[in-house]
Design a binder for this molecule. Structure first.
Ligand SMILES: *Cc1c(COP(=O)(O)O)cnc(C)c1O
Length: 383
């Protein structure tokens, strides 16, 4: 049994988007590889099916947010190298060794913890060193590496295979921090080299940065969003992509509203004409943002129709006045239907958030279906 509201994931689209990014930056033969980001359950698309599709397409490294996500990928049969972005100090380091994950050293404390864990096992662990060039999140500060790095990396347990940074304002064309961060990263690489840290690989660019400026490419780029077929609004059009997720539902009821009546909680926004509405069994528990109340649109019969009144936990009400709509008709909440499109970037802009959030909030109870190889699966996302 499948609930009427479900997400269809087009793995062929994800593979095509991966190939499009590879072609854009040149690929391994051109000296720039792609580290594919599949954190947060593959941006809501299902981490394991997405990772396996990317593996089949030849991906050479995947990245996730924490050790637990890395372990889930390994348990799902993923064999490609997996970079873990997050801080290690609060995670179970055992997973790094047991599941052959590539950790990030993002603080002196994490470096010591990892070093000690490796030493206890008599192992050397390959890791990536993260430099904070202005995000003030994880990473060694760019401006005092000479005092922090030698202490943190003392001993034989850690091998720095790569060095990376992350941009805070890649999607904002006017923000000066972007170029400052790039310059600081260049400086950091020079300082590290003087300290004897000469990584095989340097990487910096997420989706926004890699589209914005080829100077961020270095030896590899780290797209997430682009793989799922969505570009940051500022740089849309620089790459041809195919959205991978379609969020479907079905009309469960059709009824009339009289002038002056309201729909949903709060009883806001009275209708000003006799209105025919359809009830769609998808609400904020499925990931629809409550700020779409009175503002969002969905597709029915290839037409855009608007949300009337509030977004409830399990349903929305949409205006289908004048359309031939009956219970059972297909509704598309995100994606395309008969040529009409509700885009992820559009929904994000409507409610004032980033497209990433729209994808990630696809609810845990939403069943994902996958048509393409490898191994079609239908899985309930693990929350
Ligand atoms: C999430 C993340 C990315 C991918 O960002 P997109 O904007 O989705 O391309 C890259 N690098 C790091 C460190 C991240 O946390």
């Amino acid at each position: 049994m499948v609930r009427p509201t479900y997400a269809h994931i087009d793995l062929d689209a994800i593979r095509a988007n991966f190939q499009a990014v590879l072609a854009h930056v040149g690929g391994p033969s051109g000296g720039v590889d792609v580290i594919a980001v599949v954190k947060a359950n593959g941006y809501g698309h299902g981490a394991v099916p997405v990772a396996r599709a990317l593996e089949a397409a030849g991906v050479r490294m995947l990245a996730c947010a924490d050790i637990e996500e890395g372990v889930e990928l390994r348990r799902g049969g993923v064999r490609a190298p997996i970079l873990v972005f997050g801080a290690l100090s609060v995670s179970d380091l055992d997973g790094v060794f047991r599941h052959d994950l590539t950790p990030t050293i993002s603080s002196p404390f994490a470096a010591r913890a990892l070093h000690d864990a490796a030493a206890r096992r008599g192992l050397r662990v390959r890791c990536h060193l993260k430099i904070d060039t202005g995000m003030n999140r994880l990473g060694f500060r760019y401006d005092n590496l000479a005092s922090t790095v030698p202490v943190a990396l003392a001993g034989a347990g850690l091998e720095i295979d790569a060095v990376y940074t992350h941009f805070a304002t890649a999607e904002d064309p006017a923000h000066p921090l972007f170029d400052q961060q790039r310059e600081r990263f260049d400086q950091a690489l020079t300082t590290l080299s003087e300290l004897g840290v000469r990584p095989r690989v340097r990487h910096a660019g997420n989706s926004g940065a890699l589209l914005r400026d080829r100077a961020t490419w270095f030896d590899a780029v780290r797209p997430g969003l682009l793989l799922y077929g969505v570009a940051p609004l500022a740089w849309a059009g620089r790459l041809s992509l195919k959205p991978a997720m379609t969020l479907h539902s079905r009309v469960v009821a059709v009824k009339g509203m009289r002038v002056g009546e309201t729909a949903g909680y709060g009883a806001r926004e009275a209708v000003t004409r006799a209105t025919t509405v359809a009830i769609v069994p998808a609400g904020y528990a499925d990931g629809l943002d409550v700020r779409l109340a009175g503002r969002g649109s969905v597709l029915v019969g290839g037409r855009r129709v608007s949300v009337v009144g509030s977004v409830c936990m399990d349903s929305i009400t949409v205006d289908v006045t004048g359309l031939d709509v009956t219970p059972g008709d297909e509704v598309v909440l995100l994606g395309s239907q008969s040529g009409a499109v509700i885009g992820v970037a559009e929904v994000a802009a409507t409610i004032g958030t980033v497209p990433h959030e729209i994808l990630c909030r696809t609810g845990a109870r939403i069943v994902r279906t996958y048509a393409a190889e490898p191994s079609p699966v239908s899985s309930r996302a693990t929350p």
